[in-house]
Write a protein that binds this ligand. Structure first.
Ligand SMILES: Cc1cc2nc3c(=O)[nH]c(=O)nc-3n(C[C@H](O)[C@H](O)[C@H](O)COP(=O)(O)OP(=O)(O)OC[C@H]3O[C@@H](n4cnc5c(N)ncnc54)[C@H](O)[C@@H]3O)c2cc1C
Length: 328
């Protein structure tokens, strides 16, 4: 279906189809502008990622990135409530965690929290943006595939260090601001057991350096059958100390940590570790929006006012609205 006529002659590009990029694309499309989302990943979601693990019982998938979303603002609370009404999110109250706040997971998997894609948005997945280049009044994107554009404006929603690298040659002020954010790394592992573990909880923050967060995947509402699959996340210091270690060796160490935490001798029959170099915002960059109206460039992500999914949502939506205002 063609986008509505009128303002849609302006096409904007959003680099990154995570929470921030998708929220921005919805705001841009909602203002009647055409939008192209470009992401190097196979599917949208960014750090709301699910990964496959091959087990002796067949393939299973687990949440290797963000575990749940919480809302402090009415706006994001309403977004989560609307997703829940559409069956795309559900509240999760795992045994082992205080019911001190409403935690929402995507159904059936975390990327469902992205909500519906922006109407008429063009999606270019598996396309890594290598550089932004001026094209007349607008911008072209050099990618590892064919170049894209021209675009009337570009929003970069990659994690701060990657956004900084893309922006440095064309918008040093935005790049410098992105450079102020600090993101800590996280090793995350999927561990599958033939026999069900019985530690007396389905999720916990045990405080172990290599198992700072542990959760039984199958306890999440709407999860597909996956046997006894556990997600384990190491703490930031341990993750930084093991950043360049081999993934299989890391998965073994994290399985040992889970065994200690759960008080079991059981060892996983399948395992997989994933290294997130830029996982969680330790220090946000500060401003709520980061825009250069003259150059028609902007940057957004959890790293602006983070941490977390809610921060990414607000930053993306604010950037999308600000950019739409340039063409009012
Ligand atoms: C292990 C882990 C656990 C977490 N747990 C929680 C949690 O429980 N609750 C919570 O609220 N938050 C959690 N978070 C943080 C949360 O996932 C993020 O705050 C949020 O998803 C960030 O969204 P974003 O859109 O800003 O960035 P991202 O999700 O990182 O999206 C950026 C996108 O840009 C793409 N990209 C980057 N560079 C390029 C390029 N050059 N070309 C094309 N595409 C590019 C990437 O592929 C990615 O899809 C967790 C994160 C991790 C890693």
């Amino acid at each position: 279906m063609a986008p509505p006529m009128g303002r849609a002659q302006h096409r904007l590009a959003v680099v990154g189809a995570g929470v921030a990029g998708c929220a921005a694309a919805r705001a841009i499309a909602g203002a009647g502008l055409a939008v192209t989302l470009v992401d190097k990943g196979r599917v949208p979601g960014g750090r709301l990622s699910h990964k496959r693990l091959q087990t002796p019982a067949g393939p299973v998938t687990g949440a290797i990135g963000a575990q749940y979303a919480t809302a402090t603002s009415a706006r994001f609370g309403a977004h989560l409530a609307a997703l829940a009404q559409q069956g795309l999110a559900a509240q999760w109250c795992p045994q082992g965690l205080e019911p001190d706040r409403a935690r929402f997971v995507g159904v059936p998997t975390m990327p469902a929290l992205l909500g519906e894609m922006a109407p008429h948005a063009e999606l270019r997945m598996q396309t890594r943006v290598a550089a932004l280049a001026r094209a007349g009044d607008g911008w072209r994107l050099a990618t590892d595939r064919a170049p894209l554009g021209p675009f009337a404006a570009v929003l970069v929603t990659a994690p701060a260090p990657q956004a900084q690298a893309l922006l440095q040659p064309v918008a040093p002020r935005l790049a410098e601001a992105a450079g102020a954010a600090r993101l800590s790394p996280c090793w995350s592992a999927l561990l599958w057991f033939e026999e069900r573990l019985e530690p007396g909880f389905d999720a916990a923050r045990p405080g172990h350096p290599a198992a700072a967060w542990v959760a039984r995947e199958g306890a999440r509402p709407g999860a597909a059958p996956c046997g006894d699959l556990w997600v384990v996340q190491a703490g930031p210091e341990w993750s930084a100390a093991h950043l360049e270690a081999d993934g299989d060796a890391v998965a073994t160490l994290m399985a040992e940590a889970l065994a200690v935490v759960c008080g079991t001798r059981a060892r996983p029959a399948a395992r997989r570790a994933h290294r997130w170099r830029f996982a969680l915002v330790a220090e946000p960059a500060g401003p709520d929006t980061l825009t250069d109206p003259e150059r028609r460039l902007a940057a957004a992500g959890d790293w602006l006012c983070g941490p977390g999914i809610e921060a990414a949502f607000h930053a993306g939506e604010a950037a999308g609205r600000a950019m739409a205002g340039w063409f009012a």
